[in-house]
Design a protein around this ligand. Structure first.
Ligand SMILES: [Cu+2]
Length: 212
């Protein structure tokens, strides 16, 4: 074997080894995490509170994969669906009966009232949400059904479970306004707080929510 070929192969291996090492290190060190606990009074637990960064610098593309809002056992699943602006949502019916999907005009004026129609098990409809806002989803066949879509500017959000904790990962370093929001503002009023995220670190931010 020619010696120069051996040398070239050797240096390629070393170079790609460095590149892999650099990437692994870079991912861990370039972003930070926000985490905390939600205490809520006047509701059973903080489930369905959405914690999100109000505005992050830059433009965020929606994921190529559509989000799914199902109607299953007479409830909207999930109850609250946060999405990045521009995301297409597939509205599915998994029940052996007809469901309808309609929403009221959003409070911020971005969305007019709309009715996607009524369809049966296994069918679906699609809608692309290209403005920020909060949509209250209803079914005009089952008055007790209610779901929520929250259209956000960036993917840095977390839906809180019954245990009341949240974690937002991969956040670029910077100072942000973080909002803790509940789908029924009369039960839990939204609150916001400032937080600074540092690379490779976790910032703690707790919220106490109530009617006021
Ligand atoms: Cu229904």
């Amino acid at each position: 074997m020619n010696r120069s070929v051996v040398t070239a192969v050797g240096s390629m291996l070393i170079w790609s080894g460095f590149a892999m090492f650099g990437t692994a290190l870079g991912q861990a060190a370039e972003t930070g995490t926000i985490k905390g606990e939600i205490t809520a009074s006047g509701v059973r637990n903080p489930e369905n509170v959405v914690v999100y960064i109000k505005q992050a610098p830059g433009e965020y593309k929606p994921s190529a994969k559509p989000a799914v809002m199902d109607q299953r056992k007479l409830v909207f699943v999930p109850h609250v669906l946060p999405i990045v602006k521009g995301t297409t949502v597939v509205f599915r019916n998994s029940d052996p009966l007809l469901h309808n999907v309609n929403w009221l005009a959003s409070k911020n004026g971005a969305y007019a009232a709309n009715n996607l129609g009524t369809w049966g098990q296994g069918d679906s409809r699609k809608f692309t949400f290209d403005q920020l806002g909060h949509l209250v989803l209803l079914c005009n066949i089952h008055a007790e059904m209610e779901g929520h879509i929250l259209v956000l500017q960036n993917p840095f959000f977390s839906v809180v479970g019954k245990e009341g904790t949240y974690e937002i990962k991969d956040v670029p370093p910077g100072s942000y306004t973080v909002v803790a929001w509940y789908p029924q503002p009369r039960k839990l009023k939204a609150k916001s707080a400032e937080v600074t995220v540092e690379a490779g670190k976790t910032a703690s931010l707790d919220f106490t929510l109530g009617r006021h």
